[in-house]
Design a protein around this ligand. Structure first.
Ligand SMILES: C[S@@+](CC[C@H](N)C(=O)[O-])C[C@H]1O[C@@H](n2cnc3c(N)ncnc32)[C@H](O)[C@@H]1O
Length: 283
């Protein structure tokens, strides 16, 4: 059964965390390109879930490979009151930040429950440098303290709204290819993978960004081709690196302008071309 998106049903919402590669600024463009009807919405590179929280589909399967992230979503969905209570203890202070950050270096952390872990995850997200999520080879969070004027660690309205929107979703911690045996022809998938660096041209095979290397980009484009044969609609974001255009030639490729950090200095921002790839025409 196809479930139309009812634009009047939507409640005002935004992601409860900030995430590198977040799609908030590209939302108008993404929304213009969503098919009118579909059954289940899939988002296998969930991150902050900007499109999902705006779209509020009735049925959704959301996944990401990051276990801390998916634990946090599950707690927001099922234990929002306890999470809000736990978040109240946190405050913005450098020494406190490092105390909470370094807890994953001690055996005590193994005894923490999912709510405590989700609360720590949100606290670190709001107070670390640029909201980055990075762990070392031992899986320990290693982003330094971030300088903010007054970071909003607890945003009750946003978390409660996100909790409601998540109610009918399935959350999975898994790699993107696990969706293949679940999707059917009536469904819609939005892929927002780690981007191919723009500078990548001929030596495509030699890079790896966030563990997402060229072989993963190729596996993803192969999956898109199989989904296309199955009749599944998909939309995919990526950089406009030449290899992306090559991997998805034959599908609709639209260039979109995005304001991105294009330099290691935070104030150096500029417009870069990204692409939005679809395998359908607008209904
Ligand atoms: C560009 S971000 C997604 C941004 C998101 N759309 C938003 O609006 O915030 C990419 C996400 O892909 C996840 N990821 C990386 N490799 C993955 C894989 N092999 N399978 C599934 N998710 C993966 C990362 O954990 C990260 O959350």
């Amino acid at each position: 059964m196809k479930i139309p998106i009812d634009k009047n049903r939507k409640i005002k919402s935004k992601p409860f965390i900030k995430w590198v590669g977040g799609k908030t600024q590209l939302l108008p463009k993404l929304l213009q390109n969503i098919p009118n009807n579909f059954s289940t919405y899939y988002e296998p590179f969930l991150g902050g879930g900007a499109l999902f929280f705006n779209l509020q589909p009735k049925k959704a399967v959301l996944s990401d490979i990051n276990p801390e992230l998916i634990n946090c979503y599950a707690v927001v969905k099922d234990n929002v009151k306890d999470l809000i209570d736990d978040l109240k203890q946190h405050h913005y202070d450098k020494d406190y930040f490092y105390k909470i950050r370094n807890i994953d270096r001690s055996p005590e952390f193994l005894k923490w429950n999912p709510i405590q872990k989700a609360s720590r995850f949100i606290f670190l997200n709001k107070t670390c440098f640029n909201g980055l999520h990075r762990v070392n080879s031992k899986g320990q969070f290693n982003v330094p303290f971030g300088r903010y004027t007054s970071p909003k660690i607890l945003d009750i309205d946003t978390i409660e709204t996100c909790s409601k929107i998540l109610k009918n979703t399935t959350l999975l911690c898994d790699s993107f290819f696990s969706i293949e045996d679940k999707v059917s022809a009536e469904d819609f998938v939005y892929f927002d993978p780690p981007y191919v660096p723009l500078a990548i041209t001929s030596n495509f095979t030699s890079y790896s960004k966030d563990g997402f290397d060229s072989s993963k980009q190729i596996e993803l484009s192969d999956l898109c081709k199989r989904l296309n044969s199955k009749g599944v609609k998909f939309m995919l974001s990526n950089s406009s690196a030449p290899i992306v255009l090559e991997l998805y030639s034959g599908f609709n490729i639209e260039y979109v302008d995005a304001l991105r950090f294009i330099n290691s200095k935070a104030d150096k921002r500029g417009n870069v071309k990204e692409v939005l790839i679809t395998n359908y025409n607008y209904d």
